[in-house]
Structures are given as structure tokens and as C-alpha cells.
Design a protein around this ligand. Structure first.
Ligand code: ADP
Ligand code: MG
Length: 609
């Protein structure tokens, strides 16, 4: 629950070009307009001689102040300066990016007459603070908690930097969620309110800077990302760059002058085109008219939708290629997709819609959710749920991410020890401290499995890691703690710690909720678990009986080795260990009887130690 005076929790879609904020109110998510009445706000920050402007006000003066107006920080966040993407993007930006300490890219601007350096998360924090302010003005109270979205492909470092940006802006980041997941929530509230049959949904998100396509399988209570594809450099800005280049050439042909040496003129042309582009979504032709574009020369140009499409057809087709790849990765035939959901401002481009519809053999595309607002909408729903502000019905409507199969670990023996049971809601963190060492091993292999069967080898192995450098000790003396942590994005980290030496090691396995097992595989495993239930429960019983015997024998051995006068018990123990080695399998009674037999003989002797 949100604390007192923290106000309602908000959802923020922190976009490359535009951001959007929403809040849950009276059983629905409400998109909050900014002070100019716009429902989306430019992700721009402009530094001037006298002030700092954020949002639409910054975008409005970009042409006047190109070198000190920063945008596209989402492309920089969590990346290194030497990243090839940063190197190529840097060339296109009118603002300066330099290499800071530890290869961190730093944005250099002139602010109030001084050179200032900002990290990407600082700029993003200014945009987030603006979104917080917009929400506070609308709600008339403080806002503290927020869910922020990031692209599905963002790695740990990018997610962490986005979270840092949230903290810097004064927000408490409840959770970072993937944009397609948020869009799926919005879609789901709209579409799935009745019925509970399974649906395959393709989220096609073409925004300003990036293209993200995700294939999800949705049922009433669960959603699974089956596959994702896309391009970190494919979106409205790329279409705009092609058109602006074309317009620059047109100017050059007409006036024999190259405007490229004047960033301000270039930026004005860019902005004029970006606005005109929107007309082409419903008109066949648009007019770009500018006074004194360059050296006092006016520029007017009529651009047809056809020309726009011709200049960008290759990029539009690239999008379809990614859709194809996403389906292939998700092993899904296009006929099996129930709905294709359009998200992102650039999905308004008629040619994009047409190519997509053709690819799906004429299928109607789902336009019922707002392409600019769906992500913030879903984030607001998630925020309301996390703070308990929602009504209970929406919990039934939205899809919690759950672990489809149990996750567990095997050490030494072929035993599957379940740490995270099947259908656990993620994110989750679970620990198990019941592991001990074999005799004198200084390295122990931990194997991670997914599945329901008690024998580890009957399950799917996800990975393994070795905890090395642990002290040599007798079996059962050292204790290990194993921790499974699945974050909201389905990243599983398994770590093990030797409690005595404090040594730790871990392994990270990506996307547990999405891609570890295909749906067929999950079904097969669940079916097998059912079929072998009886056999498995007998196996488990005898395994546990053997384990109890083993514990008793080795426990006694560990006591006896410290005693000088152990008498013939030492020989008895050796015999028992040999017996254990010879009896790996067997009925539970065999082990239970053996334990009884040894106890009756050993316990009286042990009492005297
Ligand atoms: P992001 O999430 O990447 O910040 P958005 O989803 O808000 O981006 O989309 C912004 C992009 O959509 C911009 O490039 C903008 O020019 C483009 N856009 C918005 N409306 C239209 C339209 N009607 N036709 C074509 N492009 C549009
Ligand atoms: Mg977006």
C-alpha cells in the first residue's frame, strides 16, 4: 500500500521521443494531459542562458537552441560511450556527447553560460520529474510511487539506469516493466474481459526511435512472452531523417546551397516536416512552408504520401521482416495469431498498416487501444495493483506472470529440490538452506532445473555453476544457502553461498517467464508429471528414506572421527557406507529397516561419547 501523503501511484511510459503519464481513477486508467493540454509530452530538455526547460517547451525552442537541447537519452541510458550504437548516434545529434569516467557517455551543454556535463540518467530524471509534476498538478496532491516502462530488449544495466533516473527525479520506482507487457495489459482490459480462452497476441510497437515486436500468449490469468524481435534504430526519427535528407537535396537543387552547415535551419526543417508528416496519415499530400530557412531564402515544398512511402519503403519492409522473425522464434504460424495490436505513434502510417495487414493475409488490425497511450495505461494499471488502489475485478482480468513449471536445484545426487514451486507469481525470491557438501570436495556443482519430476534428470536443465574454493571438509559439515530470484522481467538469478567461508557464486538465466520452455514442452512435462505421479511418489519416499539413513551414517561418522577410542564402531561405519554405495536404489522399507538396525546398535554406543 502507498504510504500516507504519497498520493496515488502513477504509470509512466518514458519514451525515446514522447513520454506519457497515467493514473488509476474510479475503475479505469486516466491519461493525464500536460500544461499545454497534450496527452503526450516530448522527452526533451533544453538548457538556456537563463533557465532549463523540460517537455514540450523544450521541443518548441529546439531550433533556436539546437546544441543545448537534449533528446533521445533513452538511446544512451545504461550504455557505454564506446558502444558502437552510441558512436553512430552521436554523429546525428546536434548536442555534444563526450566520454566520461569509466567509459560513461556524458552530455555536454552550455547552461547559464557555463559548460555542464550530464549523465543520461540525469536528463531522463528531468523528464520523469516533469511527468511527476504533470500528474501532481492534475491530481492536486503529491505523487511518490510510479511504475516505469522500458523496451523489452533493455538489459540489466539499462533497466537499472532507468530506475536510477526515477529515484533521482524523487520517485519511488515500484517496478520497471516491459513496454509490450504494459500494452498487453491495456489490450487485455479492453479485449479479454469476457471469456478465458487462450489468445496469441502480437504487439507491434513502432515509435519514434525504436521498433519492438512481441508475441504473447494470453489467458485470463497468465501471460507469456513467447518471443521478441525488433530494431533499436527503426522508428519515426529514421523515417524523418530520410525525408529531411531528401528535402535538403531539394533545397540544394533549387538554390545551389547546402543547409547542412546550419544546425538551426536543419532542425527547423526537421520539426516542420515531423508536424507535416502527421497529415500524411489521412491526406495524400502535405505542405512544408518555411520563412527564411537559410540565408534569407524561404522554402516551400509539397510532399506526397507516395513520395514519403517510396523514401521509406525499405524501412517499413524491415519491420515486417522482424515480425516474421518474431513468429519464427516463437514457433508460431501467422494464422495462429488472434490479434495484431498497434502501439506507437508511427503505426498510424497507412503504408505500415497496409504491409502488416497484407502480411497477415488481410486480417483486421486491432486499433482499439490508443497507440500513444497504451503503454502508460498498462503501467498505471500495474501501479494501482501494486499499491492496492485497484478494485478487485481487475486482478482477475489482468495476467499475472507466473512460473509455468517448478524451478529447482540438484547438488550431487539426481534429486530435484524445488525452490520455486510451479505457478509462483513473479517477481519472487526464495531461499533453501538444506544443502551440504560431499567428502573433501573444494568445488561443488549446482545444477538448475525446471520441471515437476523428483529425479532431476527427468526435468529440463537450465544451467549449472560451480562454487569453488570452499574449504575441504567431511561430508555434511558445510551448509549452503541457495537463493532463486526472478525479477519482474523474468530474469532468474540463482546463487549459492557457503555459510562457513562466505564464498558465493551465481548464474543468471534470462527470461524464465518467456522462453525457457515452449508451451508444448510445458504441457508435455505437466502431463508426464501426472502420469508418473505414483511412481514418482514411491521414488521420493525411498529417496527420502535413503537420505535419512545416509544422514545418520555420515553424521555418526563425523562424530566418531573426532574420538580416539571409537572401537569397532569405525569398522561398522565403513561397512554401512559401503552398504549405502551398493544400495543406490530400493524400496523405502529397505532403507528404513537398515536405519532401525543401525540405530539399535549404534545409539547406545554414541550415548557414551
Ligand atoms: P516513442 O515511444 O519511441 O517515444 P511514440 O510511440 O510516442 O514514440 O511515437 C512517436 C513517433 O510517432 C514520432 O516519430 C512521431 O513523429 C510519430 N507519429 C506520431 N503521429 C504520427 C502520425 N500520425 N503519422 C506518422 N507518424 C506519427
Ligand atoms: Mg513507446
Amino acid at each position: 500500500m502507498a504510504g500516507e501523503n504519497e498520493g496515488p501511484a502513477i504509470g509512466i511510459d518514458l519514451g525515446t521521443t514522447y513520454s506519457c503519464v497515467a493514473v488509476w481513477q474510479k475503475d479505469r486508467a486516466v491519461i493525464i494531459p500536460n500544461e499545454q493540454g497534450n496527452r503526450i509530452t516530448s522527452s526533451y530538455v533544453s538548457f538556456t542562458e537563463t533557465e532549463r526547460l523540460v517537455g514540450d517547451a523544450a521541443m518548441d525552442i529546439v531550433a533556436l537552441n539546437p546544441a543545448n537541447t537534449v533528446f533521445d537519452t533513452k538511446r544512451l541510458i545504461g550504455r557505454r560511450f564506446s558502444d558502437p550504437l552510441v558512436q553512430s548516434d552521436k554523429k546525428l545529434w546536434p548536442f555534444k556527447v563526450i566520454c566520461g569516467a569509466n567509459d560513461k557517455p556524458m552530455i555536454s551543454v552550455n547552461y547559464k553560460g557555463e559548460e555542464k556535463l550530464f549523465a543520461a540518467e540525469q536528463i531522463s530524471s528531468m523528464v520523469l520529474a516533469k511527468m511527476k509534476e504533470i500528474a501532481e498538478a492534475f491530481l492536486g496532491c503529491n505523487v511518490k510511487n510510479a511504475v516505469i516502462t522500458v523496451p523489452a530488449y533493455f538489459n540489466d544495466s539499462q533497466r537499472r539506469a532507468t530506475k536510477d533516473a526515477g529515484t533521482l527525479s524523487g520517485l519511488n520506482v515500484l517496478r520497471i516493466i516491459a513496454e509490450p507487457t504494459a500494452a498487453a495489459i491495456a489490450y487485455g482490459l479492453d479485449k479479454m474481459s469476457s471469456g478465458s480462452e487462450e489468445k496469441n497476441v502480437l504487439i507491434f510497437d513502432l515509435g519514434g526511435g525504436t521498433f519492438d515486436v512481441s508475441l504473447l500468449t494470453m489467458v485470463k490469468s497468465t501471460s507469456k512472452v513467447k518471443s521478441t524481435a525488433g530494431d533499436t534504430h527503426l522508428g519515426g526519427e529514421d523515417f524523418d531523417n530520410r525525408v529531411v535528407n531528401y528535402l535538403v537535396q531539394a533545397f540544394e537543387t533549387r538554390h545551389k546551397k547546402d543547409i547542412r552547415d546550419n544546425p538551426r535551419a536543419l532542425r527547423r526543417l526537421w520539426t516542420a516536416w515531423e508536424r507535416a508528416k502527421r497529415n500524411l496519415s489521412f491526406m495524400a499530400q502535405t505542405n512544408i512552408g518555411m520563412d527564411c530557412l537559410y540565408q534569407g531564402i524561404d522554402f516551400e515544398y509539397k510532399l506526397t504520401r507516395e513520395k514519403f512511402e517510396e523514401l521509406n519503403l525499405e524501412l517499413f519492409e524491415k519491420c515486417i521482416g522482424h515480425v516474421e522473425k518474431c513468429l519464427k522464434d516463437g514457433k508460431m504460424d501467422k494464422k495462429s495469431v488472434h490479434d495484431v495490436v498497434l502501439v506507437g505513434g508511427s503505426t498510424r502510417i497507412p503504408k505500415v498498416q497496409q504491409l502488416l495487414q497484407d502480411f497477415f493475409n488481410g486480417k483486421q488490425l486491432c486499433k482499439s487501444i490508443h497507440p500513444d497511450e497504451a503503454v502508460a495505461y498498462g503501467a498505471a494499471v500495474q501501479a494501482a495493483i501494486l499499491t492496492g488502489q485497484d478494485n478487485h475485478e481487475i486482478r482477475d482480468l489482468i495476467w499475472w506472470d507466473v512460473t509455468p513449471l517448478s524451478l529447482g536445484i540438484s547438488v550431487n545426487e539426481n534429486e530435484m529440490r524445488v525452490v520455486v514451486p510451479k505457478n509462483t507469481t513473479i517477481p519472487t525470491k526464495k531461499e533453501d538452506a538444506a544443502f551440504t557438501n560431499p567428502d573433501h570436495k573444494t568445488g561443488i556443482t549446482f545444477m538448475v532445473y525446471e520441471g515437476e519430476r523428483p529425479r532431476a534428470s527427468d526435468n529440463i536443465q537450465l544451467g549449472e555453476f560451480v562454487l569453488s574454493g570452499i574449504p575441504s571438509a567431511l561430508r555434511g559439515v558445510l551448509k549452503f544457502n541457495v537463493c532463486f530470484e526472478i525479477d519482474a522481467n523474468g530474469i532468474l538469478t540463482v546463487s549459492a553461498e557457503d555459510k562457513t567461508s562466505g564464498k558465493t557464486n551465481s548464474i543468471t538465466i534470462s527470461n524464465v517467464k518467456g522462453m525457457l520452455s515452449s508451451k508444448d514442452e510445458i504441457e508435455r512435462m505437466l502431463e508426464e508429471a501426472e502420469r508418473f505421479e505414483l511412481e514418482d511418489s514411491e521414488h521420493k519416499k525411498s529417496f527420502n528414506a535413503r537420505k535419512a539413513l545416509e544422514k545418520y551414517v555420515y553424521g555418526t561418522r563425523n562424530i566418531v572421527v573426532t574420538k580416539v577410542q571409537a572401537g569397532n564402531l569405525e569398522d561398522e561405519i565403513k561397512k554401512a557406507i559401503k552398504w549405502l554405495e551398493e544400495h543406490r536404489d530400493g524400496e523405502s522399507e529397505v532403507f528404513e529397516n537398515k536405519t532401525k538396525e543401525l540405530k539399535s546398535f549404534w545409539d547406545p554406543i554414541l550415548k557414551n561419547f
